[in-house]
Design a protein around this ligand. Structure first.
Ligand code: IPM
Ligand code: MG
Length: 364
């Protein structure tokens, strides 16, 4: 029997987190009302707000809640208030702690240009029109977790900073398998991005991805160096279908790719492992605009669509949310970050309400 009862952990986090999560929950509520599925929401603290309360960015209670959930919805973490803290308790550590403890090694970042926002991109319209890229970023390895790491004083009294870029073949194999499977559901083109001309860890990456590719003869596999990929994303982004890459390169390339769509405020993400999954917008906590009802909730709402697709087995409803977002943009609604002349400037709440209204119509 199909599961119809899901536990969802909700971590609003810091900055604009609570405001955008509120709008995303409106959307989830519509789905649960219509579909008669039971969604049990449990809230927890992560990031700076957790540090203020518990002295750590990822308290045990929040980690346990996440581990017991079918899916986690997260807003954003961090802010100037916590910037001077030791690295070990910075809000961002909550993300790394969740990623490693939940084993969510595959980070999916779809980069889709909505026609209505083509003008908001700094690139020419003919370059960004129709782009539909899926970036599959490895999320639990690389310099983010490699050891040794840290800053130490050497014998000469001078400080030395070290991070270690490391990948095992098993780590590469499992992300490669995910990426090939995803490519199979799309245009069947997979590009693996590395720096194999200079970094041995990514020479191994290239070898293992190629090996995995032998089991996927229907997928066209190509390789590209990361510097060239950064260039190609601006020169001709329409050439890309699925991109699989390392943690650090994926972090950088996905921010770059986000700008193709006009605003980083538009990009959702899904982080998948073998058990639970985490959904969050790729933008940060934007402390400068927090609490003003001006943040763009669309990336978080689109993250909910990914949750329906990948964790709740509701692909039709996922597409309806994406459609509702498209129609809301078509109707002229814009938050400040994507505002254009002659459009309707709205706040966070109004944008959430507008999408909710469209969705209610579509879902009937
Ligand atoms: C991201 C962010 C994080 C990362 C930071 C906040 C730790 O930039 O999710 O892309 O580097 O992974
Ligand atoms: Mg990033």
């Amino acid at each position: 029997m199909k599961k119809d009862n899901f536990k969802i952990a909700v971590f609003a986090g810091d900055g604009i987190g609570p405001e955008i999560i509120k709008e995303a929950l409106k959307i989830l509520k519509i789905i649960s009302d219509k579909k008669k599925i039971k969604l049990q929401f449990k809230e927890g603290l992560v990031g700076g707000s957790a540090y203020d309360h518990f002295g750590v960015p990822l308290p045990d209670s929040s980690l346990k809640l996440a581990l017991k959930s079918d899916a986690v919805l997260l807003g954003a973490v961090g802010g100037p208030k916590w910037e001077s803290l030791d690295y070990s308790v910075r809000p961002e550590r909550a993300l790394l702690g969740l990623r490693s403890n939940l084993g969510i090694f595959a980070n999916l970042r779809p980069v889709v240009a909505f026609d209505e926002l083509l003008d908001a991109s700094p690139l020419k319209k003919n370059i960004v029109r129709g782009i539909d890229i899926m970036i599959v970023r490895e999320l639990t390895g690389d310099v983010y977790f490699g050891k040794p790491r840290g800053v130490k004083k050497g014998k000469d009294g001078k400080r030395r900073g070290v991070n270690t870029m490391v990948y095992t073949e098993d780590e590469i194999r499992r992300i490669a398998v995910r990426a090939f499977e995803i490519a199979r559901t799309r245009k069947k083109n997979l590009l693996s991005v590395d720096k194999a001309n200079i970094l041995e860890s990514t020479e191994l990456w290239r070898d293992v991805v190629t090996e995995v590719g032998q089991s996927y003869p229907d997928i066209t596999l190509k390789h590209m160096y990361v510097d060239n990929c950064a260039l190609q994303l601006i020169r001709d982004p329409a050439q890309f279908d699925v991109i699989v890459t390392t943690n650090l390169f994926g972090d950088i390339l996905s921010d770059e790719a986000a700008m193709l769509t006009g605003s980083i405020g538009m990009l959702p993400s899904a982080s998948l492992g073998d058990k639970t999954a985490l959904y969050e917008p790729i933008h940060g906590s934007a402390p400068d605009i927090a609490g003003k009802n001006i943040a763009n909730p669309l990336a978080t709402i689109l993250s909910v669509a990914l949750m329906l697709r990948y964790s709740l087995s509701l692909p039709r409803e996922a597409s309806l949310i994406e459609k509702a977002v498209g129609e809301t943009l078509k109707a002229g609604f814009r938050t400040r970050d994507i505002f254009q002349k002659n459009k309707k400037l709205v706040g966070t709440e109004e944008m959430g309400d507008a999408v909710a209204k469209k969705l209610r119509k579509l879902i009937n």
